[in-house]
Design a protein around this ligand. Sequence first.
Ligand code: TRP
Length: 332
Amino acid sequence: MAKQRVLSGIQPTGRAHIGNYLGAFVNWVRDQSANDSIFLVVDLHGLTVENDRDSMGAATLDMAATLFAVGIDPGQATVVIQSHVPGHVQLGWVMECTATYGELSRMTQFKDKSKGLSKVRVGLFTYPALMAADILLYHADLVPVGDDQTQHLELARDLAIRFNNAYGETFTVPKAQRVAHGSRVMDLANPLQKMSKSSSSPQGIIFLSDSDDEIARKIARAKTDTFNELAYLPEDPERAGVTNLLEMLGALTGKAPEECAGEFSGYGQLKKALTEALVELLTPIKIRFELFQTDPAELARLLAQGADRANEIASDTVRVVYDRLGLVRSGG
Ligand code: TRP
Protein backbone atom coordinates (compact mmCIF):
# COMPACT_ATOMS: atom_id res chain seq x y z
CA MET A 1 0.00 0.00 0.00
CA ALA A 2 1.21 3.49 -0.79
CA LYS A 3 2.26 5.51 2.22
CA GLN A 4 -0.24 7.99 3.59
CA ARG A 5 0.82 11.59 3.37
CA VAL A 6 0.75 13.18 6.80
CA LEU A 7 1.11 16.91 7.16
CA SER A 8 1.29 19.15 10.16
CA GLY A 9 2.54 22.60 11.01
CA ILE A 10 3.84 24.60 13.90
CA GLN A 11 4.23 28.33 14.31
CA PRO A 12 7.72 29.60 15.07
CA THR A 13 6.41 32.04 17.66
CA GLY A 14 8.05 31.23 20.98
CA ARG A 15 10.19 28.28 21.98
CA ALA A 16 9.01 24.68 21.78
CA HIS A 17 7.93 23.14 25.07
CA ILE A 18 7.07 19.75 26.54
CA GLY A 19 3.42 20.25 25.55
CA ASN A 20 4.47 20.49 21.89
CA TYR A 21 6.65 17.43 22.36
CA LEU A 22 4.14 15.12 24.06
CA GLY A 23 1.15 16.47 22.14
CA ALA A 24 2.68 16.47 18.68
CA PHE A 25 6.39 15.86 18.05
CA VAL A 26 6.55 12.45 19.68
CA ASN A 27 3.78 11.19 17.39
CA TRP A 28 5.39 12.79 14.35
CA VAL A 29 8.62 10.98 15.10
CA ARG A 30 6.95 7.65 15.94
CA ASP A 31 5.00 7.56 12.66
CA GLN A 32 7.57 9.05 10.31
CA SER A 33 8.76 5.78 8.82
CA ALA A 34 5.26 4.44 8.20
CA ASN A 35 4.09 7.62 6.46
CA ASP A 36 5.26 10.16 3.97
CA SER A 37 5.36 13.13 6.33
CA ILE A 38 5.70 16.84 5.75
CA PHE A 39 6.22 19.17 8.70
CA LEU A 40 5.88 22.88 8.14
CA VAL A 41 7.36 25.69 10.17
CA VAL A 42 4.64 28.18 9.34
CA ASP A 43 6.42 31.51 9.49
CA LEU A 44 3.85 33.27 7.27
CA HIS A 45 1.15 32.46 9.82
CA GLY A 46 3.31 34.27 12.36
CA LEU A 47 2.68 37.53 10.51
CA THR A 48 -1.01 37.50 11.41
CA VAL A 49 -0.36 39.19 14.74
CA GLU A 50 2.24 41.68 15.82
CA ASN A 51 5.62 40.00 15.71
CA ASP A 52 9.20 40.91 16.26
CA ARG A 53 11.06 41.26 12.99
CA ASP A 54 14.47 40.94 14.65
CA SER A 55 13.79 37.56 16.21
CA MET A 56 11.63 36.06 13.45
CA GLY A 57 14.45 34.44 11.49
CA ALA A 58 16.17 32.94 14.52
CA ALA A 59 12.88 31.65 15.92
CA THR A 60 12.07 29.98 12.60
CA LEU A 61 15.47 28.30 12.35
CA ASP A 62 15.33 27.25 16.01
CA MET A 63 11.96 25.59 15.48
CA ALA A 64 13.29 23.73 12.44
CA ALA A 65 16.41 22.66 14.39
CA THR A 66 14.13 21.54 17.24
CA LEU A 67 12.21 19.24 14.90
CA PHE A 68 15.42 17.54 13.82
CA ALA A 69 16.68 17.49 17.42
CA VAL A 70 13.59 15.64 18.70
CA GLY A 71 14.14 12.98 16.08
CA ILE A 72 12.59 13.96 12.77
CA ASP A 73 14.83 12.20 10.26
CA PRO A 74 15.44 14.25 7.11
CA GLY A 75 15.89 10.95 5.24
CA GLN A 76 12.32 9.95 6.07
CA ALA A 77 10.33 13.13 6.47
CA THR A 78 10.34 16.57 4.91
CA VAL A 79 10.77 19.66 7.08
CA VAL A 80 9.88 22.88 5.30
CA ILE A 81 9.86 26.55 6.11
CA GLN A 82 6.55 27.77 4.72
CA SER A 83 7.89 30.97 3.16
CA HIS A 84 10.42 28.94 1.15
CA VAL A 85 7.57 27.54 -0.93
CA PRO A 86 5.65 30.20 -2.92
CA GLY A 87 2.81 27.74 -3.54
CA HIS A 88 1.43 28.35 -0.04
CA VAL A 89 0.63 31.96 -0.83
CA GLN A 90 -0.49 31.17 -4.38
CA LEU A 91 -2.95 28.53 -3.26
CA GLY A 92 -3.78 30.60 -0.17
CA TRP A 93 -5.30 33.27 -2.39
CA VAL A 94 -7.31 30.67 -4.27
CA MET A 95 -8.60 29.36 -0.94
CA GLU A 96 -9.54 32.90 0.13
CA CYS A 97 -11.60 33.02 -3.04
CA THR A 98 -13.15 29.64 -2.24
CA ALA A 99 -14.05 30.32 1.40
CA THR A 100 -16.83 32.72 2.33
CA TYR A 101 -16.85 35.63 4.72
CA GLY A 102 -19.52 33.86 6.77
CA GLU A 103 -17.39 30.74 7.14
CA LEU A 104 -14.32 32.60 8.28
CA SER A 105 -16.44 34.70 10.67
CA ARG A 106 -17.47 31.53 12.47
CA MET A 107 -13.92 30.49 13.34
CA THR A 108 -13.70 30.49 17.12
CA GLN A 109 -9.92 30.93 17.16
CA PHE A 110 -10.32 34.16 15.21
CA LYS A 111 -12.90 35.40 17.68
CA ASP A 112 -10.60 34.56 20.60
CA LYS A 113 -7.43 35.95 19.09
CA SER A 114 -8.96 39.16 17.76
CA LYS A 115 -10.67 39.99 21.02
CA GLY A 116 -9.04 42.94 22.69
CA LEU A 117 -6.77 43.80 19.75
CA SER A 118 -7.12 47.42 18.69
CA LYS A 119 -5.99 46.58 15.16
CA VAL A 120 -6.94 43.20 13.72
CA ARG A 121 -4.91 42.21 10.69
CA VAL A 122 -6.94 40.89 7.77
CA GLY A 123 -4.48 38.00 7.66
CA LEU A 124 -5.65 36.88 11.11
CA PHE A 125 -9.14 36.62 9.65
CA THR A 126 -8.08 34.76 6.51
CA TYR A 127 -5.50 32.58 8.30
CA PRO A 128 -7.66 29.43 8.04
CA ALA A 129 -7.67 29.80 4.23
CA LEU A 130 -3.85 29.81 4.26
CA MET A 131 -3.88 26.80 6.56
CA ALA A 132 -6.21 25.00 4.14
CA ALA A 133 -3.72 25.79 1.37
CA ASP A 134 -0.86 24.39 3.50
CA ILE A 135 -2.69 21.09 3.65
CA LEU A 136 -4.25 20.86 0.18
CA LEU A 137 -1.08 21.93 -1.60
CA TYR A 138 0.51 18.57 -0.76
CA HIS A 139 -2.59 16.36 -1.09
CA ALA A 140 -2.28 15.40 2.56
CA ASP A 141 -4.35 12.40 3.64
CA LEU A 142 -3.97 12.90 7.38
CA VAL A 143 -3.47 15.96 9.52
CA PRO A 144 -2.59 15.41 13.18
CA VAL A 145 -4.29 18.21 15.06
CA GLY A 146 -5.19 19.19 18.58
CA ASP A 147 -8.67 20.30 19.61
CA ASP A 148 -7.95 23.94 18.87
CA GLN A 149 -7.40 23.18 15.17
CA THR A 150 -10.28 20.83 14.37
CA GLN A 151 -12.52 23.65 13.15
CA HIS A 152 -9.78 24.85 10.79
CA LEU A 153 -9.34 21.33 9.47
CA GLU A 154 -13.09 20.98 8.91
CA LEU A 155 -12.90 24.15 6.84
CA ALA A 156 -10.00 22.76 4.80
CA ARG A 157 -12.11 19.69 4.06
CA ASP A 158 -15.11 21.80 3.07
CA LEU A 159 -12.98 23.94 0.76
CA ALA A 160 -11.41 20.88 -0.89
CA ILE A 161 -14.84 19.35 -1.52
CA ARG A 162 -16.26 22.65 -2.81
CA PHE A 163 -13.37 23.16 -5.20
CA ASN A 164 -13.56 19.56 -6.43
CA ASN A 165 -17.28 19.89 -7.06
CA ALA A 166 -16.89 23.15 -8.93
CA TYR A 167 -13.79 22.41 -11.00
CA GLY A 168 -13.32 18.64 -11.03
CA GLU A 169 -11.35 16.28 -8.76
CA THR A 170 -8.28 18.24 -7.75
CA PHE A 171 -7.65 17.94 -4.03
CA THR A 172 -7.41 15.06 -1.60
CA VAL A 173 -9.94 15.65 1.18
CA PRO A 174 -7.79 15.46 4.33
CA LYS A 175 -8.78 13.63 7.51
CA ALA A 176 -8.02 14.75 11.03
CA GLN A 177 -5.81 12.48 13.04
CA ARG A 178 -6.91 13.12 16.59
CA VAL A 179 -4.16 13.24 19.13
CA ALA A 180 -4.48 10.53 21.80
CA HIS A 181 -6.02 11.37 25.12
CA GLY A 182 -3.60 12.19 27.90
CA SER A 183 -1.11 13.86 25.61
CA ARG A 184 -2.49 17.26 26.44
CA VAL A 185 -0.05 18.93 28.80
CA MET A 186 -1.36 21.63 31.11
CA ASP A 187 0.38 24.70 32.49
CA LEU A 188 2.32 23.83 35.67
CA ALA A 189 1.32 27.01 37.46
CA ASN A 190 -2.24 27.05 36.18
CA PRO A 191 -3.20 23.44 35.44
CA LEU A 192 -6.67 24.28 34.18
CA GLN A 193 -5.07 25.94 31.18
CA LYS A 194 -3.19 24.23 28.36
CA MET A 195 0.60 24.67 28.38
CA SER A 196 1.05 27.27 25.68
CA LYS A 197 3.80 29.38 24.19
CA SER A 198 1.57 32.40 24.60
CA SER A 199 0.89 31.91 28.30
CA SER A 200 1.85 34.81 30.53
CA SER A 201 4.53 33.23 32.71
CA PRO A 202 7.38 30.92 31.71
CA GLN A 203 7.17 29.32 35.19
CA GLY A 204 4.37 27.06 34.05
CA ILE A 205 6.17 25.87 30.92
CA ILE A 206 8.97 23.31 30.51
CA PHE A 207 10.83 24.44 27.42
CA LEU A 208 12.78 21.78 25.55
CA SER A 209 15.81 24.03 26.00
CA ASP A 210 15.46 24.38 29.79
CA SER A 211 18.53 23.52 31.87
CA ASP A 212 18.34 20.68 34.39
CA ASP A 213 18.11 23.26 37.19
CA GLU A 214 15.26 25.09 35.51
CA ILE A 215 13.37 21.85 35.05
CA ALA A 216 13.87 20.91 38.71
CA ARG A 217 12.80 24.36 39.89
CA LYS A 218 9.67 24.51 37.73
CA ILE A 219 8.54 21.01 38.68
CA ALA A 220 9.22 21.71 42.36
CA ARG A 221 6.97 24.77 42.16
CA ALA A 222 4.27 23.09 40.06
CA LYS A 223 0.84 23.51 41.58
CA THR A 224 -0.55 20.49 43.41
CA ASP A 225 -3.31 20.33 46.02
CA THR A 226 -3.80 19.67 49.72
CA PHE A 227 -5.34 16.20 49.47
CA ASN A 228 -2.02 14.61 50.32
CA GLU A 229 -2.88 11.13 49.11
CA LEU A 230 -1.71 10.31 45.64
CA ALA A 231 -4.53 9.32 43.34
CA TYR A 232 -5.28 9.72 39.68
CA LEU A 233 -8.68 11.40 39.52
CA PRO A 234 -8.70 13.25 36.20
CA GLU A 235 -12.32 14.39 36.53
CA ASP A 236 -11.64 16.41 39.67
CA PRO A 237 -10.61 19.98 38.73
CA GLU A 238 -9.16 20.50 42.20
CA ARG A 239 -6.63 17.79 41.45
CA ALA A 240 -5.77 19.13 38.00
CA GLY A 241 -2.17 19.88 38.99
CA VAL A 242 -1.38 16.37 40.18
CA THR A 243 -3.34 14.86 37.28
CA ASN A 244 -1.11 16.79 34.91
CA LEU A 245 2.09 15.62 36.64
CA LEU A 246 0.91 11.99 36.58
CA GLU A 247 -0.09 12.18 32.93
CA MET A 248 3.26 13.70 31.99
CA LEU A 249 5.17 11.03 33.87
CA GLY A 250 2.96 8.38 32.29
CA ALA A 251 3.57 9.71 28.80
CA LEU A 252 7.33 9.87 29.43
CA THR A 253 7.63 6.38 30.88
CA GLY A 254 5.00 4.59 28.81
CA LYS A 255 2.98 3.75 31.92
CA ALA A 256 -0.62 4.50 32.75
CA PRO A 257 -1.04 7.51 35.07
CA GLU A 258 -2.88 5.27 37.59
CA GLU A 259 0.14 3.04 37.75
CA CYS A 260 2.42 6.03 38.34
CA ALA A 261 0.15 7.17 41.16
CA GLY A 262 0.57 3.81 42.88
CA GLU A 263 4.34 4.02 42.84
CA PHE A 264 4.85 6.98 45.12
CA SER A 265 3.83 7.84 48.61
CA GLY A 266 3.86 11.59 48.22
CA TYR A 267 4.00 14.53 45.86
CA GLY A 268 7.69 15.11 46.54
CA GLN A 269 8.61 11.67 45.23
CA LEU A 270 6.38 12.11 42.19
CA LYS A 271 8.01 15.43 41.39
CA LYS A 272 11.48 13.95 41.76
CA ALA A 273 10.68 11.09 39.38
CA LEU A 274 9.13 13.48 36.86
CA THR A 275 12.15 15.79 37.01
CA GLU A 276 14.45 12.84 36.34
CA ALA A 277 12.35 11.62 33.43
CA LEU A 278 12.34 15.09 31.89
CA VAL A 279 16.10 15.53 32.29
CA GLU A 280 16.67 12.13 30.70
CA LEU A 281 14.45 12.98 27.75
CA LEU A 282 15.74 16.48 27.16
CA THR A 283 19.50 15.96 27.59
CA PRO A 284 20.10 14.33 24.17
CA ILE A 285 17.60 16.69 22.49
CA LYS A 286 19.55 19.70 23.78
CA ILE A 287 22.82 18.19 22.56
CA ARG A 288 21.46 17.63 19.05
CA PHE A 289 19.95 21.13 19.03
CA GLU A 290 23.34 22.60 19.99
CA LEU A 291 24.99 20.80 17.06
CA PHE A 292 22.86 22.87 14.70
CA GLN A 293 23.83 26.05 16.52
CA THR A 294 27.47 25.27 15.81
CA ASP A 295 26.78 24.13 12.24
CA PRO A 296 24.11 26.42 10.76
CA ALA A 297 25.19 25.41 7.24
CA GLU A 298 24.03 21.86 7.90
CA LEU A 299 20.62 23.11 9.02
CA ALA A 300 20.40 25.32 5.93
CA ARG A 301 21.28 22.34 3.74
CA LEU A 302 18.54 20.17 5.26
CA LEU A 303 16.01 22.96 4.86
CA ALA A 304 16.99 23.59 1.24
CA GLN A 305 16.53 19.88 0.59
CA GLY A 306 13.09 20.05 2.24
CA ALA A 307 12.12 23.14 0.25
CA ASP A 308 13.21 21.52 -3.03
CA ARG A 309 11.07 18.48 -2.44
CA ALA A 310 8.11 20.55 -1.24
CA ASN A 311 8.37 22.96 -4.18
CA GLU A 312 8.26 20.12 -6.62
CA ILE A 313 4.91 18.93 -5.26
CA ALA A 314 3.55 22.42 -4.61
CA SER A 315 4.32 23.93 -8.02
CA ASP A 316 2.60 20.99 -9.66
CA THR A 317 -0.53 21.51 -7.58
CA VAL A 318 -0.60 25.23 -8.28
CA ARG A 319 -0.28 24.65 -12.04
CA VAL A 320 -3.18 22.20 -12.03
CA VAL A 321 -5.32 24.51 -9.88
CA TYR A 322 -4.64 27.54 -12.07
CA ASP A 323 -5.51 25.51 -15.16
CA ARG A 324 -8.77 24.34 -13.60
CA LEU A 325 -9.63 27.92 -12.75
CA GLY A 326 -9.12 28.95 -16.36
CA LEU A 327 -6.12 31.20 -15.73
CA VAL A 328 -3.90 31.71 -18.77
CA ARG A 329 -0.49 30.08 -18.64
CA SER A 330 2.56 32.26 -19.08
CA GLY A 331 4.95 31.73 -21.95
CA GLY A 332 2.34 30.71 -24.53
N1 TRP B 1 -2.75 26.57 12.71
C1 TRP B 1 -1.83 25.65 13.33
C2 TRP B 1 -1.58 26.09 14.77
O1 TRP B 1 -1.67 27.25 15.07
C3 TRP B 1 -0.53 25.59 12.59
C4 TRP B 1 -0.71 25.18 11.18
C5 TRP B 1 -0.55 25.96 10.08
C6 TRP B 1 -1.03 23.88 10.72
N2 TRP B 1 -0.74 25.25 8.95
C7 TRP B 1 -1.05 23.98 9.31
C8 TRP B 1 -1.33 22.68 11.36
C9 TRP B 1 -1.38 22.86 8.53
C10 TRP B 1 -1.64 21.57 10.59
C11 TRP B 1 -1.67 21.67 9.18
O2 TRP B 1 -1.26 25.26 15.58
